[in-house]
Design a protein around this ligand. Structure first.
Ligand code: GRF
Length: 215
């Protein structure tokens, strides 16, 4: 499976995906890392791992439609099967998302459908919830919406700052994004309406990752 990873800044999730794909026998290959931001730190990492990088700067386009069309054209040229959004900070048009329906996934640092949008960690702490986490999901035109592929939960501790919580969640992001990619590349994720089901998944036992990492 030919994968494009879209980033806007440091790209630590992209790095986790690259490392996973480098493992012997992993069923996906990252064929390009694309950024809207020419200064994204992650570009250097990708280049150092011999992955072609591309910058399509949104500032060079008059509107969202033209920017998205340029991305779509590039990804089509690269014969990309799956797009992984990894800290890509541009909203994509419904046209783009529908064109790539079920071939575009995102990672979000909360247990969706809770805490969509921005300032997620502050809002999770302020809510008084005891747990939050992260979610890999198929992308739909509405922000942070779409069938859930994998989630991991982490506790919110009493004295957590947003940065503490972000760091605890990030560790889990780096586990579930490669897991989700593997399941998709193995063609084991089937979308039924708003729900994604995993074929032959081992049920989570005491693990806070669903589906379990044994997959
Ligand atoms: C991650 O927390 C991800 O969940 C969110 O943006 C952040 C990107 O971090 N969508 P990185 O660039 O992958 O390090």
């Amino acid at each position: 499976m030919r994968v494009a990873v879209l980033i806007s800044s440091r790209g630590s999730n992209m790095q986790a995906l690259v490392r996973a794909c480098e493992a012997e026998g992993f069923p996906a290959e990252i064929v390009t890392v694309l950024s809207n931001n020419p200064d994204a730190g992650g570009l250097e990492f990708a280049a150092s791992h011999n992955i072609p990088t591309k910058v399509i700067n949104h500032r060079d386009y008059e509107n969202r439609e033209d920017f998205d069309a340029a991305i779509s054209e590039y990804l089509t040229e690269q014969r990309v099967d799956l797009i992984c959004l990894a800290g890509f900070m541009r909203l994509l048009t419904a046209e783009f998302v529908n064109k790539w329906r079920d071939r575009i996934v995102n990672i979000h640092p909360s247990l969706l459908p809770a805490f969509k949008g921005l300032h997620v960690h502050e809002r999770a702490i302020e809510s008084g919830a005891r747990f939050t986490g992260c979610t890999v999901h198929y992308v739909r035109p509405e922000m942070d919406d779409g069938p859930i592929i994998a989630q991991a939960a982490v506790p919110i501790l009493q004295d957590d700052t947003p940065d503490d919580l972000a760091a605890r969640i990030l560790v889990q992001e780096h586990r579930i994004y490669p897991l989700a990619l593997k399941l998709i590349a193995e063609r084991r994720v089937k979308v039924h309406g708003s729900v994604a089901k995993i074929i032959d998944a081992s049920e989570p036992d005491t693990s806070l990752i669903n589906p379990s990492e044994d997959n």
